[in-house]
Design a protein around this ligand. Sequence first.
Ligand code: TRP
Length: 465
Amino acid sequence: MQENREQWSSKTSFILAAAGSAVGLGNIWKFPYIAGENGGAAFLFIYLICIILIGLPILNIEILLGRTTKKNPVGAFVALSDSTFWKYVGVLGVFASFTILSFYSVVGGWSIAYTYEALIGTFNTTAFDNPSAAGKFFDLKNSSAAWVLGYHTLFLSLVVIILLSGVRAGLEKASKFLMPVLIFILLILVVQGLILPDANKGVSFLFQPDWSKINGQTILLALGHAFFTLSLGMGAMMTYGSYLSDKDDVVNASYLVAFLDTIIAIFAGLAIFTVVFSSGYDPTAGPGLVFHVLPPLLSDLVGGYIFAFLFFLLLSIAAITSGISILEVSVAYLVDEKNVPRKKAVLIMASLVYLAAIPCALSFNILSESTFDFQGKPFTFFDIADYLASNVLLPLGGLFLAIFAGYFWGIDDVIKNLLVGESNSIYFGNSIAKSKNFKSIFGFTVKYICPFLIFLVFLYSIGWI
Ligand code: TRP
């Protein structure tokens, strides 16, 4: 173990940073539109079950692996197992970190671009009269490679600036400042949404399930999203966990992070659907919901200029605190395994991600015709990166994690390590890990339920079922 490895200054810092990683574009951009397309409340219900049944155990294991080994994903597996196979599972995580960030950084760039457009008042011009005009504006902007690349560069630069300062002065300070701002903005947007006429239609869309909407596909989509939204399956939570001290408990912290992530996704859904329904629009707008439908609707409200600006600021903050956690995985890998000094590691990995993201950024202009047929649909580089990460690499990473914990590390050892630091749980009064039946429920879930369900998602994702 490195003597001088940095640690979070407190458990609260870890929780804010981990929540910052979890709360991202997944909550504010993705969750509302996939819930919109898949029946609102019915989807929410299945998604909650996935978070509890699969998300929480895997989150516990990831953070625990990090805290126990004090290493990046590659080093963590190496520390606990002799087989090179597990080392490559860690390498898969480092590869996933590139893949995710290559498209994440493009969407993060759009968020910053729209924050700027909101600020200079573009949303109040005729270009944003209605969602279809706004869609045209979006396409027009994206047809310029320089525009997309420019904002992607800006986004990645912000991530780099934070990472260069290290764990405490960078990751921790950014999360401690940005997460409260994010929650504050979100609360303003929820309250303003709830007082709109017909807001109740948006609320019931999110809370009144229509069970006929649930099918195999909904379940698999919900499970895939549970992984993405909790930042699981590639070692991001493991890396954050590696900066925890053994005095800090894992189980209660995981519950809190998952709770914050879920409540923030629901609030984002409320903020968005109240506006959409109150304006009489369709909630099933797909990925364009946030960039096409919302700007004209938000800016039509009383005080719309400020609400539209706040919304995109919220989206940008969420993207940045997640982006740093994605890149940190590969940075920690270089620092721990190759002894590269931190600043140099940040610059090397950011340059590589920068290059990897170029085809994704050009997918909307120069390379828009370069598509690959997959399951009967044309996929651009951007689509491939998104699909590969969310539907293949993350579930695969999660599957290996569950198998590793359940069958190689062993549930007894997992529980023994989980109990370290548990007496210091400060948030729920007493420790969940020490409660009766925890071991049997946790063990059963990790050994049987997680591998089985994740394997199903994986088969479905690659088109085999
Ligand atoms: N959870 C983030 C979101 O919802 C994205 C994210 C950050 C992520 N780090 C990750 C996804 C690691 C998978 C793995 O937007």
